[in-house]
Design a protein around this ligand. Sequence first.
Ligand code: F6R
Length: 271
Amino acid sequence: MEVIIRPSAEQAAELVAWLIAARLRSKPDLVLGLATGRTMESVYDYLISIQRSEGLDFSHCRTFNLDEYIGVPAEDEHSYRYYMNHHLFRRINIDLANTYVPDGVAADLRAEAANYEHLIREAGGIDLQLLGIGEAGHIGFNEPLSALMSRTREKALTPVTRERNAAMFGGDPDKVPKRALTMGVGTILDSHELLLLATGGAKASILAKAVEGPITAMISASAMQLHANCKVIVDEEAARELKGRDYYDWIFHNEPEWREFRDLASASPSP
Ligand code: F6R
């Protein structure tokens, strides 16, 4: 795992966008795993601006989203399908038929979950999976005690998650769906590369536990420690409780793989 600390949330999101752009340039038919949530909104804004300034081409790219609320149809503005169409897909040159989000209103949710796994396998697996982290330590909607080998399935959301996501439902946690379909921790770990973005002081404590604490099913994000190609990008506030930051900073400033990403702030237009 590598942890990269950027001065601001914007610079952290920008770095994530440029990493995605670099992977897409070297593999135009990239299979990209995507996440939703507030943290990702600036990543998608930067991707759109990079597409406009650099002509980034998404026409051969396929995407798989991590999760979807159960009982919320695609056309509902609270669905993650709606979020993706609104924040990214309709603003880039991707074919909507190549974008996959689990169907939260499928008549048979078990079959939908199995089919989602099948579609990912058929695509050759996920090349790069983008992740956020919830304050309950989840990746996707893998709430505490999710098996580290779990696959796509139905999951009940914790009160913490419903509370944190209430803003998107008019501030009322009771309006947040109680269940979601989510890729499992095992599904996520099968991706060839993981890229997690965490910003803001509210994530500092859980991020430090996930990155530097023991691997535990209580914090599904800690399973990232098992992955051989995993990058965690954070801003100063989210990095506050990390103990190993001097080493992480040294890596970013000295390892050749990061050279092209060190001076981004001046290189890209603001979204
Ligand atoms: C969303 C997802 C979640 C979020 C996490 C952080 O698809 O998989 O794990 O990434 O809850 O959400 P925000 O960014 O809203 O704090």
